[in-house]
Design a protein around this ligand. Structure first.
Ligand code: MGP
Ligand code: SAH
Length: 239
């Protein structure tokens, strides 16, 4: 991983929202900034979309610990890196390949990883479309690998739906992502809206191998779920 060779720092900082005034729609995320990154004040970089998409640190820690306890992965593929919320926590345990379509976010993620002391050699970033990139990652079959997917949910308006269908994910519906991910590894985890239709999720398992769902609560209130496939017995963790 090379450090931000594509953008100069001033150019990147123009895309970041890292101090007040923050846009009105991001105020609640700003107020929650230390839950997103406990080291926020050390200089975390986030752009508009990342503010509402990043996995809160304690949730990312819990997901990483769960998959490490359960499958002891030799490699984790973070299929939607964003600004690095999950990648940082996975990289504490094993090498990570992080895919992201937006080069600006990759530059931000590299910067954020450095703040958390992750050696650059630990994470290989690939800029590109997730499905295109999956094709080049077939070698990961030879390793005990996990594919983690935290795709775009279509923005904060997802929460206005009574039930969120897996077909609402954008740019790819879940069945396409799942099919391609399982060509790389049987071990797949997905971070999804709290209102996801669990009946749809159940269809991705069998009576003997049900998907395992963790519901992440903040102050008793559901934030999001993580669904683990082919990881029967994966352990739920308190955050
Ligand atoms: P939220 O619904 O925007 O916040 O997202 P909250 O506080 O539950 O809002 P409320 O007003 O409904 O109470 C909750 C969390 O879900 C965020 O902190 C992100 O971790 C995650 N998240 C939200 N969105 C819109 C996305 C998304 O599009 N993709 C991914 N991967 N995660 C998201
Ligand atoms: N888990 C991340 C947030 C992921 S948000 C974190 O904690 O930081 C989803 C990300 O998917 C966004 O950054 C978006 O740019 C990226 N994305 C959208 N379409 C994509 C595609 N076709 N291929 C790869 N990445 C994509």
């Amino acid at each position: 991983m090379n450090k931000n060779e594509e953008f100069d720092e001033d150019e990147l900082l123009k895309k970041c929202i890292i101090c007040p005034p923050v846009p009105k729609a991001l105020k609640k995320y700003w107020n929650n900034r230390y839950n997103l990154f406990s080291r926020f004040d050390e200089g975390i970089w986030l752009d508009y979309q990342s503010w509402y998409s990043v996995t809160p640190e304690k949730v990312a820690v819990a997901i990483a610990k769960s998959v490490v306890d359960f499958i002891q992965p030799e490699l984790i593929i973070d299929a939607f890196s964003g600004c690095g919320g999950n990648t940082i926590q996975f990289a504490k345990y094993c090498p990570v390949i992080s895919i992201e379509i937006d080069p600006i976010k990759i530059a931000m993620a590299k910067h954020n990883l450095e703040i958390y002391g992750i050696p650059s050699s630990r994470v290989t970033f690939i800029q590109g479309d997730v499905l295109e990139t999956f094709k080049s990652l077939q070698f990961a079959k030879d390793y005990r690998s996990l594919v983690f997917m935290s795709p775009p949910w279509g923005g904060p308006s997802y929460s206005g739906k009574t039930v969120y269908s897996l077909n609402d994910l954008n740019p790819y519906a879940f069945d396409v992502l799942f099919k391609e991910a399982t060509r790389i590894s049987p071990y797949v985890a997905a971070f999804l809206p709290r209102n996801t239709d669990v009946k749809e999720l159940a269809a991705y398992g069998s009576i003997h191998n049900k998907p395992y769902i963790t519901n992440f609560l903040f102050e008793g209130y559901a934030k999001a779920i993580c669904c683990y496939f082919n990881m029967k017995g994966a352990i739920a963790r308190k955050i």
